[in-house]
Design a protein around this ligand. Structure first.
Ligand code: SAH
Ligand code: SF4
Length: 356
């Protein structure tokens, strides 16, 4: 497979192209002007364009399918050059701001949910991505390409900041090297210029990898997919808990460097009749004691053949209120894009069934 321009930080690209100042120009065409081909890089000499074309891909992904939901979230299915598919979701969040005259204006804000692997090795029992098994890690360029495509396809200008969450398909900390590379490329001032604090890594809790990521001290935010408060249930839902139990995850979080103004997010996937009781809520409060945490409750999103149930609205509210009353910040994630099957792995599954 040919490498892509998107695989490199500016420093790396500068050591590959001669003279090195051309790297900045290539970055500019790629990440600011969103050009479609090397030929569009108008200020580069012809021989250089030919060399680039021979040695590199400009973008390693193709758009296979796009689904738009009634709530404006959009789900993209991408194809790799070796014919795998992966998905990415664009989530618009409106934010109210006041202009200089004090009038309320709606400011568009975007969050992009990226995939880090094709499939996943972790094998959580509630997750559709896990059902298809693991195919391969995504390269740094394939992670970067997802964001670049979404910005380009939705006319989001380069200077408009987006947030990135590594919550699509795959376990980002199981592909740490490429994910860290992608984080750095996203952060390039001459590239997409996405701040470290705008990038959130979501993990099923690979404690030793959380430690490694922490040691790099990048300034990214951390989200832990907790989903259960006792080891017995968590092991059933997430086999990774046998290697890294709840205690080890909590200890790794406590050692993770986080900006004083920020919090570690704990994701709690609520499944009807399984982990939605007050006893669990109580245990969760205890578990998070001493951590600057915020909890995000997620409705389980059922899919054909799934063995778990969506919880009732009443149970979700009660759970949230208990946490809030006991000093834990908690929000309920509004399931964006339910009508386009937006929980991870679900668009991919549907397309494969449609075309079967
Ligand atoms: N592997 C990482 C990141 C990708 S999973 C992790 O597990 O954190 C992203 C999120 O999607 C996880 O919090 C996961 O629990 C959630 N998810 C998986 N299947 C789901 C479903 N059927 N309904 C709702 N959320 C789901
Ligand atoms: Fe992998 Fe995350 Fe799905 Fe678990 S929830 S199988 S870790 S993608």
């Amino acid at each position: 497979m040919k490498p892509s321009i998107l695989d490199y930080t500016l420093e790396e690209l500068s050591s590959k192209v001669k003279p090195s100042f051309r790297a900045k120009q290539i970055f500019n065409w790629t990440y600011t002007k969103y050009v479609d081909s090397f030929e569009d890089m108008k200020n580069l000499p012809k021989e250089m364009l030919n060399e680039l074309k021979d040695e590199y891909l400009l973008n390693p992904l193709d758009i296979v399918k796009v689904e738009q939901s009634s709530d404006m979230s959009k789900k993209y299915l991408f194809g790799t050059s070796d014919n795998y598919t992966l998905e990415t979701v664009l989530l618009p969040m409106k934010k109210e701001k006041r202009d200089i005259e004090g009038k309320v204006i709606q400011e568009a804000k975007w969050t992009i949910c990226v995939s880090s692997q094709v499939g996943c090795k972790i094998g959580c029992s509630f997750c559709l991505t896990a059902k298809g098994g693991f195919k391969r890690d995504l390269s740094a360029g394939e992670i970067v390409a997802q964001v670049l495509w979404l910005k380009k396809d939705n006319n989001i200008p380069n200077n408009k900041a987006v947030n990135i969450v590594y919550m699509g398909m795959g376990e980002p900390l199981d592909n740490l090297e490429n994910v860290v590379k992608a984080i750095r490329i996203f952060n390039e001032k001459d590239g997409l210029n996405i701040g470290m604090r705008r990038q959130t890594i979501s993990t099923s809790g690979l404690s030793s990898q959380i430690k490694k990521l922490g040691e790099l001290n990048l300034g990214v935010l951390l989200a832990i997919s907790l989903h259960a408060v006792d080891d017995e249930l968590r092991e059933k839902l997430m086999p990774i808990n046998k290697a890294y139990n709840i205690r080890s995850v909590i200890d790794a979080v406590k050692a993770f460097p986080i900006d004083q103004r920020k919090r570690v997010m704990f994701e709690y996937l609520v499944m009807g009749g399984l982990n939605d009781d007050m006893h669990s809520a109580k245990k969760l409060v205890k578990l998070l004691h001493g951590i600057k945490a915020k909890v995000n409750l997620i409705y389980f999103n059922p899919y054909p053949g799934s063995e778990f149930k969506r919880p009732s609205d009443k149970k979700m509210q009660e759970f949230k209120e208990y946490l809030n009353k006991h000093g834990v910040i908690c929000t309920i994630r509004q399931s964006k894009g339910l009508d386009i099957s937006a929980a991870c792995g679900q668009l991919k599954e549907k397309t494969e069934n449609d075309t079967a």
